[in-house]
Design a protein. Structure first.
Lengths: 572, 397
């Protein structure tokens, strides 16, 4: 018996019917293309005048935590040219209408000729009036077209210049002329989400380059980019900027919420106006930014690691306590304002006498740390400091985040050779000098770890993203945390504390630590870090480059920032 | 292969004409790279030898070595995923040879289905349909991971053709396809209701036992519930990446453009064509992938409507001879191989030619016997050889 006749239905017949029907559909399509529309396609193929016009997608918005717009788009007009369809006799007319230098125009026309069938942008960023003038004369200008494109705008250009960054034209590998991409900052990092997907229209054009029809069924609508909401608070960032600017020095300020890991402020002063970069920055503006002695391109809040000085004592104090070298009641030999080891002289900024670790933190006694840290181990301290977010980036999203440095045997051997360094390197590392380098963001994280006991989640900058991986120690003992917190509180509340005059009279409880960091670039760097429990669980760091004594210059900035926090968050 | 009174001249002549037309196409499409043509001539000669061998090889041995074929295919697919190269990462380099494992998967799935389905029909297999579904599912999944959505889809269609041939009827095909339908219909409330109504009707009419009701209802509901939320969790650019990953040809800026140029080329061919080596779209290199995916448009531009219909007619004759040979065959395995090969050829022609005419999605499926390349040509010649064997030896059981 034939196998196939087992079937309930007759598979042979249905298979043949389906096959023939499908083939007849193909034949019908051949009839349509080759017989009914044959002449049309033959005409098209003889000239191949199908033109692709790309339609850029609207880039996603960037807003702060409250929806304040940090980057958006507005319509801007461009004039483009398809070279093969342009009659060069019209060059003067086009030049007059565009009001550009004939030399510049001929240069751009030559550039357009290198890609004769594609639309090449001649001028962009035109106002409605200028674009209108061209549009009125399009009938005389074959091959020229006026398009509207979304153009990027940064309402707080200089405030968020490092964080948000800016867009620019893509390199020559771009899909179409005038395509933009994120060049720096989050515009670059988040480009895949922000940029969306461009659309395209295929047009059939006549010999004069005028659009005869759109090629049916081939349009691709642009997909707008996604909008991104950041955790930053524009009001706080603006306040931080102006507070730092009022010192006359460059600097940085960071504020983060140690219960949620959200970053509220990443201020770096001075900045530059990112709007200048859109569509290409002028040579004059660029050289102004480049030659500014306070280096506005340098991002001081997370991309520049500097000596932290005494703010590092938060970390070394925790290390001394956790490794059992000292306890709350340990009183090493007194501080006489200077300490000798071998032939070397290590100074303290005043004579503190015989004090405990709480006072050593509050009064920032270097000698206490010299005398105690020399009983510890260099690699051990570096490893411990790593648990405070130092020595490695603390986020995985910020572009160009500096790692900072922690001295280890390996590093010192590299720098000075075996035996070229000694106990002194450990001693000065314990007060945040020597090889220790950190960013203001990392210093704010150290305070946040003390405040939260290491429970702070990974840092968050973009809502909807996964937080960055936590790099820090989460099992510090309650005793250690209590002592360090006490030291930071006494620095502010005790009349002998280093921050008493700067922060002592604020309406909220502040835990703080000042720092005055010697460095190779001149005057000492001024530092303050600390945290608040009310009105919000916020940790902060203020850094004033070459600002001299920590409390004196950074103090008013920190005080102003805390007052702003109280004002902004008191009610919410 | 003995030439005697049983020789199926229609089959052999249409096969021969298709191979020769293919060489014309490749010669024309290879432009200045005439080495492509030389390679293709060698592939065709190798294919003819393979065809002759397969047409006289005992089919019973093929049937018995299905497990071995399956094992080798799995290994090749996995190796390609791990070490694959080439433009889409689908080629496996073995010494001087570039093998496309997904082509071999097509052969494997045909002989695998041919061996298991007739046995299943008799309900004498322990474990029922599950082992077969799992082994075929693994093949399809590995093909998807090549990544090769087009081939995976073609394999699924071939399987359904063969299920139908085995006499399972449309109900079975619907039940097999129900996970896919559930996922697709879940995007629209009304579509999902319609799907569920059809599913219940079919389960009721086929007199399904409670266990089967529960299985299908739960399985499709879970799939329908999970699909939209999973898809919605992805960012649009991630969705785009996923679809581009599975089907690289779907890029509207690359492939969409290709289809337009292909339609222009086909249309410009007119009734009689522009003549051999005179197709301007092809010769001026406007046509993309013209010796591979879009080879039909080269042919249609040069030989016009007459040439296009001629090719389709040859394919139809080939399919007809195979279907009728499969119908006559007394041996279930042989019959399934013949029908599976016919379905294979028909689906490839529809998808590939449909793509060049702009009525099918853009995939990398080759035009059988014509598209440049050794892997698919040898697999096709092997399958056609077996089919011819089935036609000659229909009496054997």
């Amino acid at each position: 018996m034939r196998y196939a006749s087992h079937a309930r239905e007759n598979p042979y017949r249905s298979m043949m019917i389906v096959t023939i029907a499908a083939f007849l559909i193909l034949v019908a399509k051949l009839v349509e293309l080759q017989i009914l529309k044959g002449d049309y396609y033959r005409e098209l193929s003889s000239r191949n005048h199908i033109r692709s016009v790309f339609r850029p997608a609207a880039r996603g918005l960037i807003t702060d935590r409250y929806g304040v717009v940090l980057a958006d788009n507005y319509p801007s007009f461009t004039v483009s040219l398809v070279s093969v369809e342009f009659d060069t006799a019209n060059t003067d007319l086009l030049g007059n209408l565009l009001q550009i230098d004939p030399l510049v125009l001929s240069e751009r026309l030559a550039a357009a000729e290198s890609n004769p069938y594609r639309s090449t942008q001649l001028v962009n960023g035109l106002s409605v009036e200028d674009a209108g003038r061209i549009a009125d004369n399009l009938y005389r200008l074959g091959g020229v077209s006026v398009d509207v494109q979304p153009r990027r705008r940064y309402p707080y250009g200089s405030t968020f210049c490092h964080l948000v960054g800016y867009v620019g034209l893509t390199d020559s590998t771009g899909v179409f002329e005038g395509e933009i991409t994120g060049r720096t900052g989050l515009e670059r990092i988040l480009n895949p989400a922000l940029s969306g997907k461009h659309g395209v229209v295929r047009e059939v054009v006549d010999a004069h380059g005028r659009v005869v029809e759109r090629f049916q069924g081939s349009e691709v609508e642009p997909v707008p980019g996604e909008s991104v909401r950041l955790t930053v608070d524009t009001r706080l960032q603006l306040a931080a900027d102006s507070l730092i600017a009022s010192t006359g020095n460059p600097g940085a300020a960071v504020v983060l919420n140690y219960e949620t890991g959200e970053i509220l402020t990443l201020s770096s002063v001075p900045g530059f106006d990112t709007n200048l970069f859109i569509g290409g920055i002028s040579a004059e503006n660029w050289s102004n930014i480049l030659n500014n002695p306070s280096k506005p391109l340098l991002n001081r809040s997370w991309a520049n690691a500097v000596p932290p000085g005494s703010v590092f004592k938060i970390v070394s104090a925790a290390w001394l306590l956790e490794s059992g070298i000292v306890n709350e009641s340990t009183m090493p030999d007194p501080c006489y304002g200077v300490f000798y080891l071998g032939g070397s002289r290590f100074k303290c900024w005043t004579s503190h006498g015989r004090i405990s670790i709480v006072s050593a933190l509050a009064q920032s006694c270097d000698t206490y740390f010299y005398r105690t840290s020399m009983q510890g181990d260099l690699d051990d301290m570096a490893e411990f400091a790593r648990g405070f977010g130092l020595g490695a980036p603390v986020t995985d999203i910020l572009p160009g985040e500096a790692s900072g440095t922690l001295p280890t045997r390996e590093l010192l051997n590299q720098l000075y050779g075996q035996g070229g360094w000694g106990l002194g390197n450990l001693m000065i590392a314990s007060i945040g000098q020597g090889e220790v380098l950190a960013t203001p963001l990392q210093i704010a994280v150290t305070s946040a770890i003390i405040a939260s006991g290491g429970d702070m989640p990974g840092l968050l900058l973009v809502y909807g993203d996964a937080p960055s991986d936590r790099t820090w120690n989460t099992d510090l003992s309650e005793a250690t945390l209590g002592i360090v917190r006490q030291g930071m509180l006494r620095a502010v509340t005790s009349p002998s504390g280093t921050l008493y005059s700067a922060l002592g009279s604020l309406p909220v409880t502040v835990y703080g630590k000042s720092g005055t960091a010697e460095n190779s670039s001149g005057e000492d760097h001024a530092w303050i870090t600390g945290y608040l429990t009310e009105p919000e669980p916020l940790a902060f760091a203020v850094f004033i480059e070459n600002g001299g004594h920590g409390g004196a210059i950074a103090g008013p900035v920190a005080a102003g920032l805390i007052l702003k926090i109280v004002e902004l968050y008191h009610e919410d | 292969m003995k030439i005697n009174e049983r020789t199926d001249w229609l089959f052999l002549i249409s096969l021969f004409l298709l191979l020769v037309s293919g060489l014309f196409c490749i010669y024309s499409a290879s432009g200045t790279q005439k080495s492509l043509f030389t390679h293709q001539v060698l592939f065709v000669l190798a294919g003819i030898l393979l065809f002759m061998a397969a047409s006289s090889f005992p089919l019973r041995i093929i049937e018995e070595s299905v497990p071995a074929v399956y094992g080798v295919t799995l290994i090749l697919l996995v190796l390609t995923i791990l070490f694959g190269g080439g433009p889409a990462g689908r080629w496996l380099q073995l010494g001087p040879l570039n093998i496309q494992a997904s082509e071999i998967a097509k052969f494997c799935v045909i002989v695998l289905t041919a061996r298991w389905l007739p046995a299943l029909k008799k309900k004498s297999v322990s474990g029922g349909v599950t082992p077969y579904l799992l082994s075929v599912g693994l093949l399809v999944a590995l093909t998807l991971l090549q990544p090769d959505l087009g081939t995976a889809a073609a394999i699924v269609m071939i399987i359904f053709g063969m299920i139908y041939w085995a006499g399972f009827g449309f109900n079975w095909i619907f039940l097999f396809l129900s996970p896919l339908f559930a996922a697709l219909s879940s995007m629209n409330y009304i579509a999902w209701l319609i799907f569920m109504a059809i599913l219940c009707t079919i389960l009721y009419r086929s007199g399904a036992r409670p266990r089967r009701w529960v299985f299908f209802l739960i399985m499709t509901s879970v799939i329908a519930a999970v699909t939209p939320s999973t898809w919605g969790l992805l960012h649009p650019y991630q969705q785009a990446r996923l679809t581009t990953f599975l089907n690289p040809e779907a890029d509207p800026f690359g492939a969409g453009w290709n289809v337009i140029q292909s339609k222009v080329a086909v249309g410009a061919g007119g009734i009689t064509g522009q003549g051999f080596l005179r197709g301007s779209q092809n010769e001026l290199a406007f046509l993309p992938a013209r010796h591979t995916d879009f080879v039909f448009s080269v042919w249609a531009e040069e030989w016009g409507f007459a040439g296009g219909v001629f090719l389709l007619f040859m394919y139809a004759v080939l399919a007809w001879r195979m279907f009728s040979g499969a119908r006559r065959s007394l041996n279930p395995f042989n019959s399934m191989v013949g029908a599976g090969t016919a379905v294979f050829i028909v689906i490839h022609v529809i998808v590939n030619v449909g793509m060049t005419l702009g009525i099918m999605p853009v995939t990398g499926l080759p035009l059988p016997l014509i598209t440049y390349g050794g892997s698919h040509l040898l697999v096709e010649m092997l399958l056609l050889g077996l089919s011819y064997n089935v036609i000659l030896n229909w009496r054997s059981y």
